[in-house]
Write a protein that binds this ligand. Structure first.
Ligand code: ME8
Length: 518
């Protein structure tokens, strides 16, 4: 078994249906998981829903439902979204599960045993929408002069008895963690968080008495835990904590918490401090990705521009949406989507470049060689140059993906695709058919090898289309990870088995802008 690799997404608030930002995060995590699997890692991938807290309770009340009913209904949509986008998670966790209550209460007990929890009174500006208290100094003025959180959400002066966590005690250890490891990425977020922690940490209010939709504080049953204590703990619950053998022993600490930029503070300040307090290992890395905007604007119900990611995938194809998001957005920065941009990118790169290359290669072999493969031909210099260019592109993709730099990885891959298309035009196998049929066969076999390698390389991003292509090419289902790239006798073995290509079916169709889209 390969080296363990544990990746998680944030767990989403199921107080509404999933939006494009949720889809983006799930797809990015899935691409990372599939890429690591292809590289030979033993991957564990967890996602889920964050079902407690005042925000859920209020939304349910507005809808005339219980919070549990709302959570169950909406959580199903998040799971469907993952399934619909070909997101292959191992664990879908719901924080209302009994095992999660047990796990979070155990974490609490351990923090208490360290002397890090104490009872006091809390007064402050609380934003229900952000589930967070803010300092007076952090507030901004709204249009009518009213006080708003730094995220622009309403705040209320709130007074309650509360348990506190001694966050202040962890300032030095946190700064040391940021300095000595790659704990926070990208660098812009590292700088933000470092500045925040250097500014001094105040103890954190970690329980509420004003409502009861949450996990009960052990020994203080009128308190429920602050939803972020409960939410963050999902990452170890899913590994079986408090049982520290088995999955926990194998996969913790997590290799990567993939989250959006708005919740970096919770993951890089609170979470490692809770874990340090409980005597548990801290995750290896937190990556705060950017936001996906709709033509440069945040999607919101009030602007009426909220996109259903599944609808988008139905219009353009799941693989198209996956490719578009990973290629278009520089990972770590914000990015924008529009119908034109999706259609343009998919046509230029998937349909006209790689799809066309694969389709041309397979149909020429089908037509001119009767679908038969010939592995016994000598390569000339042009063939070797092309193979080298393809190998370089694939190395570029693999290296960039290891570093979570998807857009550059796909660009390196695309350069190799261009090299192949240029080679087809230069070698003109359709002319060779009459003048030098053996050379034509050599050209087509060189192309076939290149198409296979390029397909395997990009499979983590567009798995369904690539599997359809590799099926047609006779590539065995268990020979599609990156070790197969080094299998030099692939064509020889396949040809010797008597395999013949059938009439090929294209896997990346050309797209049109839907008539009703601007
Ligand atoms: O924050 N583009 O849940 P959530 C990209 N329950 N990513 C986006 C986005 C956008 N437009 N909008 C949101 C929560 N996200 C908590 C997490 S984890 C222990 C608890 C990202 O449903 C957001 O940054 O509001 C977060 O990573 C994820 O979607 C879920 O957001």
């Amino acid at each position: 078994m390969g080296e363990p690799y544990y990746i998680t997404t944030a767990i989403s608030y199921p107080n509404g249906r999933p939006h494009i930002g949720h889809a983006y995060e799930a797809i990015a995590a899935d691409v990372i998981a599939r890429h690591r699997k292809a590289e030979g890692y033993d991957v564990r991938f967890q996602t889920g829903t964050d079902e407690h807290g005042l925000k859920m309770a209020q939304k349910a009340r507005d809808l005339g439902m219980t919070p549990a009913e709302l959570a169950t209904e909406m959580s199903g949509y998040f799971r469907d979204m993952c399934d619909g986008l070909n997101v292959e998670y191992d664990v879908f966790i719901r924080t209302t599960e009994p095992r999660h209550h047990a796990s979070t209460q155990e974490l609490w007990r351990r923090m208490e045993a360290s002397g890090d929890l104490y009872l006091d009174r809390y007064e402050g500006w609380y934003s229900v929408r952000d589930e967070a208290y803010y300092d007076e100094s952090e507030l901004v003025a709204g249009e009518g002069g009213e006080k708003l959180s730094p995220q622009g959400t309403p705040v209320e002066w709130t007074v309650e008895e509360s348990w506190f966590f001694r966050l202040s005690k962890y300032q030095d250890r946190l700064l040391e963690l940021y300095r000595s490891t790659d704990f926070i990425r990208p660098e812009s977020r590292l700088n933000e968080v470092t500045r925040f922690v250097e500014g001094g940490l105040r103890d954190l209010s970690v329980s509420r008495t004003s409502f009861d939709w949450g996990i009960k504080v052990p020994g203080s049953e009128n308190h429920v835990m602050y939803v972020w204590v409960d939410a963050l703990t999902n990452y170890i619950t899913g590994l079986g904590f408090p049982d520290e053998t088995g999955d926990y022993a194998r996969y913790w600490p997590a290799d990567l918490h993939l989250i959006g930029k708005d919740i970096v503070r919770f993951h890089t300040v609170y979470w490692p401090a809770f874990l340090m307090s409980a005597g548990l290992d801290v995750p290896k890395q937190v990556f705060g990705h950017g936001f996906v905007l709709n033509r440069g604007q945040k999607e919101s119900k009030s602007l009426g521009n909220v996109t259903d990611p599944i609808g988008l995938a139905e219009t353009y194809g799941v693989d198209t949406i996956r490719y578009f998001l990973m290629r278009e957005v520089a990972f770590g920065q914000d990015g924008s989507w529009s119908h034109e941009a999706i259609v343009m990118r998919a046509n230029a790169e998937l349909a006209n470049s790689f799809g066309n290359l694969a389709q041309r290669t397979l149909s020429m072999i089908f037509k001119n060689m009767d679908g038969e493969l010939n592995a016994g031909l000598v390569a000339n210099e042009a063939d070797v140059v092309l193979s080298d260019a393809v190998a370089l592109g694939i190395t570029g993709l693999r290296r960039a993906f290891m570093d979570l730099d998807f857009s550059n990885g796909l660009e390196a891959w695309m350069r190799a695709v261009f090299a192949c298309n240029q080679y087809v035009d230069e070698q003109a196998p359709w002319t060779l058919r009459k003048t030098d049929p053996e050379r034509m066969e050599a050209v087509l076999m060189t192309l076939l090898r290149c198409v296979r390698s390029l397909a395997i390389a990009v499979r983590p991003v567009v798995p369904a289309a690539i599997d359809k292509l590799l099926d047609q090419m006779g590539v065995a289902a268990d020979a599609r990870d990156y070790t197969a790239l080094g299998q030099a006798d692939w064509l020889e073995t396949l040809a010797a088995s008597g395999f013949k290509l059938e009439k090929p079916v294209g896997v990346f169709p050309r797209l049109e802008l839907p008539a009703d889209e601007p």
